[in-house]
Write a protein that binds this ligand. Structure first.
Ligand code: FAD
Length: 505
């Protein structure tokens, strides 16, 4: 049956990836498929993953999710940017905003004009030309009809899984609680035939989606697909996470604060803050990391810290035989740019696009795997950029600086250093503005920029830049604080908060 028509889909795992898969499949294919999701409350989920990137809104649109309902259900907040603190060197800060910076012409990106203004002695920061940066600095947020604000969300991971689950079940998905004891394979072709639970129940399927997290129960433990490790470029391999009380209003950005052996995240929700310390186990012990996290968060914890070991890299084939791995089972790039949930969503959309209802076609499997590889390598390069371009003195940072980056990133770095050139390829997540803000934020100053920017007279350039700065700043003056906006738009009910705190450790 595995190579024939697909009618029964079984999702193994009910973390964010499992429920993203369940909600999307049930929404799009409810009349064509019989969908079952197996999860084990006893095993639980990874319990982190609360900061997102703007394309989550496209995924929600596909699923016809109402934004206010969603934000109330997940006690969510808005995210306009990431604040990188102490990255280039201690004391430094820059924003990687989600919005458009300045105004580009068809042939010359805005940052060339800005670089030329610096050459002429006109002082300003690149972020002054981006509404999302200006609003981040002022801790303000509003949804404006014009100019449109580009944003993502901070969400409570446990509540988000419940929210998606409600939608999936409403569309007919069947959820089974239980621990998978055995993965049964077809003897003739090795395809997965059934998941056998501890109570003996066998859940048969034609297609299996492996969302069992880092353990990759089907894709790795059963099919032994293989994994490409990226640790040589991205040395962090562990995190210690904790949740704390909110001791101030939520800021409209994620904070990523570098330390001697990694970095720390700060993700403000309506009812609490998600915090964690990402570190390299070769440069910091678990005990040191835990103590440092509790010292640095500066707010009372509301649950015990927990340790999350991880391995940065990519499953060699995300789709192997009749198993498609999604989420952490398919690979993981450390969470610095909050890309993992996004990658699960784009992979899911890709699967919907190539869905093998009439049988698994090898050409489409290859296409699926190739697109996923390219997408992950692009994100990997962007994350490596933050580690590679630093001027910190500690051993881990020196090692990152001295390790040659992948060739795909080395090409980008050369193009930037020599001519301030940055680009966004087809299907790539990070825009030109993302590259420019992070390259400059990390201190890579280009030697030259586009000659067209030299063509403007001083007065014209000054007028252009003044106007663009005003266009970014003026709308922000009318915005309320993010806290005031949340109160009116999507305040979560206290019962939601209570439910969140009661989540199992
Ligand atoms: C430190 C850290 C920080 C992160 N921060 C971010 C972030 O800010 N933004 C972002 O986008 N992503 C982030 N991520 C990634 C994000 O957490 C994951 O992509 C997301 O949570 C999806 O996880 P998952 O569903 O693949 O796995 P999990 O949450 O681990 O879920 C696995 C599921 O499989 C089930 N399961 C496993 N074995 C069995 C079994 N034998 N029987 C039955 N069920 C089983 C479990 O019960 C669970 O339901 C972060 C990850 C880490 C490690």
């Amino acid at each position: 049956m595995s190579e024939g028509r697909i009618r029964k889909v079984v999702i193994a795992g009910g973390g964010t990836a499992g429920w993203v898969a369940g909600a999307a499949l049930a929404h799009q294919f409810r009349d064509l498929l019989d969908i079952t999701l197996v999860e084990s409350e006893q095993i639980g989920t990874v319990g982190v993953g609360e900061s997102t990137v703007p394309p989550i809104r496209n995924f929600h649109r596909l699923l016809q999710i109402d934004e206010q309902e969603f934000l109330r259900a997940v006690a969510g907040t808005f995210k306009l940017s990431i604040s990188f603190e102490d990255w280039r060197r201690p004391g430094d800060r820059y924003f990687h905003p989600f919005g458009i910076t300045g105004q580009s012409t068809l042939v010359c990106a805005f940052h060339h004009f800005w670089l030329d203004s610096l050459r002429r002695g006109m002082r300003s920061e690149l972020g002054d030309y981006c509404l999302e940066t200006v609003a981040s600095r002022a801790d303000r947020f509003a949804l404006l009809p014009q100019p449109q604000v580009n944003y993502a969300y901070h969400l409570d991971a446990g509540l988000y899984a419940r929210f998606l689950r409600r939608r999936a079940e409403a569309h007919g998905l069947r959820r089974v609680e239980g621990r998978i004891r055995e993965v049964r394979q077809h003897p003739e072709n090795g395809h997965v035939a059934a998941l056998v639970l501890e109570d003996g129940q066998a859940i048969e399927g034609d297609l299996f989606i492996d969302c069992t997290g880092f353990r990759g129960l089907l894709i790795e433990q059963t099919l032994q697909t293989g994994y490409e490790d990226w640790n040589r470029w991205l040395p962090c391999d562990r995190a210690v996470a904790v949740q704390t009380e909110s001791i101030g209003p939520p800021v409209p950005y994620t904070r990523a604060i570098a330390h001697e052996a990694g970095w720390r995240w700060h993700i403000p929700l309506q009812h609490r803050v998600g915090c964690g310390l990402v570190f390299s186990s070769r440069h910091m012990s678990d005990d040191e990391a835990r103590a440092k996290l509790l010292r640095d968060v500066g707010a009372p914890p509301i649950r015990e810290p927990w340790l999350v070991p991880f391995r940065t890299g990519r499953r060699l084939k995300a789709w192997n035989k009749n198993v498609v791995a999604l989420g952490l089972a398919s690979g993981f790039i450390e969470p610095l740019e909050s890309t993992s949930i996004h990658l699960a969503m784009t992979a899911m959309v890709r699967l919907l696009e190539l869905f093998p209802l009439d049988g698994i076609a090898p050409a489409l499997v290859e296409r699926y795997n190739e697109l996923g590889r390219v997408e992950m390598e692009h994100v990997r390069d962007f994350i490596i950029l933050h580690y590679h371009a630093n001027r910190r003195d500690e051993p881990m940072w020196r090692q990152c600086r001295e390790t040659a980056p992948p060739e795909s990133l080395a090409i980008r770095l050369r193009a930037w250093r020599e001519r301030a050139h940055a680009w966004q390829g087809a299907n790539e997540l990070f825009r030109v503005d993302s590259w420019t803000h992070v390259m400059l934020g990390q201190g890579i100053v280009p030697e030259q920029h586009h000659p067209l920017a030299r063509g403007l007279a001083d007065e014209d350039l000054r007028r252009l830049l003044d106007g663009l700065r005003r266009s970014a700043a003026r709308p922000v003056e009318t915005m309320p604080s993010q806290q005031a906006f949340l109160e009116g738009y999507c305040r979560a009910d206290a019962a939601v908060w209570g439910a969140a705190r009661a989540l199992p450790a």
